[in-house]
Design a protein around this ligand. Structure first.
Ligand code: C5P
Length: 223
């Protein structure tokens, strides 16, 4: 890993990883990386090009001819570029969200994503968030966290987030989709969501964003 520091945050959807990763990186003056955005970007391209999502071979071919780039900082936020096109908004649609599991479950596609993530993460001090970043992508990370929150709280956060964007939300449907995504994230064979043995668990249910970051800072040396 050279001389750069890597801090990993894994956890289920809605635990607050993206917001916390950004806020922590801001405090530490580190870069940050949202690995979920990369799975989302490749999913968007697969949907656009009508690729057979059941075919790992086709998904690998797609991944190999795709560039995904994340640019920005902790003040401006990250913009996600798919083959140089800004797709930051489009990767957040429900259609993309509900189809990421095809990309996420394909071991050979994950290998390509992991390589891309390591290439980004070894260049500078960074906070990385995802599902397997402490277990698979950066097993030697400087600090590892597993950010959790109870299901109801995670669902409510997602509902609020969507409502703030002016979307109509069917709470029961959203909960069913979140439950389904949890099940898929926890049970896939390749890169499942799992706490790394050496990760510190933080339950964000009762905490504010700053509260979570304060807690993390207690574990980060020279932070
Ligand atoms: O974090 P976010 O909800 O944007 O991630 C979208 C999906 O991408 C997750 O549900 C998961 O299936 C996949 N993912 C993954 N590995 C990561 C990050 C995300 O499989 N490191």
């Amino acid at each position: 890993m050279g001389n750069t520091k890597v801090i990993t945050i894994d956890g289920p959807a809605g635990a607050g990883k993206s917001t916390v990763a950004k806020a922590l990186a801001h405090r530490l003056k580190f870069s940050y990386l949202d690995t979920g955005a990369m799975y989302r970007a490749l999913t968007l391209k697969a949907l656009r090009e009508d690729v057979n999502l059941e075919s790992e071979e086709d998904l690998v071919a797609l991944a190999n001819k795709t560039t995904i780039d994340l640019q920005g900082d902790t003040t401006a936020g990250l913009k996600v570029f798919l083959d140089e096109q800004d797709v930051s908004e489009e990767i957040r649609t429900i259609e993309v969200t509900n189809n990421t599991f095809y990309i996420a479950r394909a071991p050979k596609v994950r290998e390509i994503m992991v390589e891309m993530q390591r290439a980004i993460g070894t260049k500078k001090n960074i906070v990385v968030e995802g599902r397997d970043v402490g277990t698979v992508v950066f097993p030697d990370a400087t600090n590892k966290f597993y950010l959790d929150a109870n299901f109801e709280e995670r669902a409510q956060r997602r509902i609020k987030e969507l409502e703030e964007k002016g979307k109509d939300v069917e709470a029961e449907k959203l909960k069913a989709e979140l439950q389904d995504r949890d099940n898929k994230d926890f049970t896939r064979k390749a890169g499942p969501l799992k706490k790394a043995d050496d990760a510190v668990v933080i339950d964000s249910t009762p905490l504010s964003i700053d509260g979570v970051v304060d807690e993390m800072m207690k574990y980060i040396k020279n932070g």
